[in-house]
Every structure is written in C-alpha cells, then in structure tokens.
Design a protein around this ligand. Structure first.
Ligand code: CA
Ligand code: CA
Length: 167
C-alpha cells in the first residue's frame, strides 16, 4: 500500500487524506521488463490502453506483437504516451525481430545498432522504422516492449494512455 504524504486532522475528528490513493491498473504487476503485460498487436488500427501510476515508484512495462504490416511502403510505427495534466513521462523501448537481428532499425530519426531507445518529456513518443527481412519487400514480424515511468512525480497517482499504431 502506498503511503500518502500528509493527513490533516480536523477539530471534529475527521481525517482528510492530503492526496488521493488510486487502485492499481489492470496490467499490474508489470514493474520490470521481464514481467511486461501483453497488450496486443500493433497494426494500422489504433491500439490504445489506459493505465496509471498508483504510487510514485510505479513503473509499467507492456509488450506488443507486431505482425507483418500490410503496406506497400516502409511502415512507420508510432507509440505515443500521454499523462494526465501533461505530467512528464519517461519511456524506454526494446525492439526485437521474431527471427534474427534487424537489417535496419531507426528510432526517432536515429539509426541504431542497439535496438533500444528512450524518450522523456510531456507527451513523448517513439517513431520507429525497421527491416527484419532484407531478402524481400516485407519487413518481417517483430515484437517490442516499452516501460514507462515518471522521472519527477508530482502526485501520488497519475493516469496516462499509450497509443500504438502504424501509419
Ligand atoms: Ca501501473
Ligand atoms: Ca507497475
């Protein structure tokens, strides 16, 4: 159970918590990458989930499957994070091809040999392109995990959402 900072005791014996605790979201426990909650596929249909940080130390990890995109062009994959009250968020992404290493992996405009990248800020997002199959026009199946935290939590609880899709 999370501790709430201050409690105020009024003269009439009524106690008012100085901050509102909230219930853990439906994806808990998922504080480490190894216990990431599976939240479905990334396709051109929007995959949006709502979750929360139920205490200031809460970290949330999610895993996505990425089927072969149906696209003529090299697909661009977006993962967008939005916290209530524009709270600053930090996120890390780990990408993996289902088979072998990617022939090419870009995260937020930078080509990386290591398939992990991080973002911080208000409403941060990842923009990812990759090729797991350089023997054909397809890019291959893949999966990724994202972990999200608050670098500087202002409140005990914060709701947030994650939107993942191809465009
Ligand atoms: Ca959580
Ligand atoms: Ca968690």
């Amino acid at each position: 159970m999370a501790e709430c900072g201050l409690a105020v005791v009024l003269g009439l014996g009524v106690t008012i918590a100085a901050c509102e605790p909230c219930s853990p979201d439906e994806y808990e426990p998922n504080d480490a990458e190894g216990e990431a909650s599976a939240v479905g596929d990334i396709t051109t249909d929007l995959n949006e989930i709502d979750a929360n940080f139920d205490d200031q130390q809460d970290a949330d990890c999610f895993s996505y499957a990425i089927p072969e995109p149906i696209s003529e062009d090299l697909p661009i994959l977006y993962i967008e994070f939005k916290g209530a009250d524009r709270e600053e968020l930090g996120a890390t992404l780990s990408f993996a091809c289902d088979e072998g290493d990617p022939a090419m992996f870009f995260c937020n405009g930078e080509e990386l040999t290591d398939t992990t990248c991080s973002v911080n800020g208000k409403e941060p997002r990842f923009r990812v392109t990759y090729d797991c199959d350089d023997t054909s026009d397809k890019v291959g199946k893949a999966s990724l995990r994202v972990c999200v935290t608050r670098p500087d939590p202002a409140k005990l609880c914060t709701d947030y959402s994650i939107r993942a899709y191809f465009n």
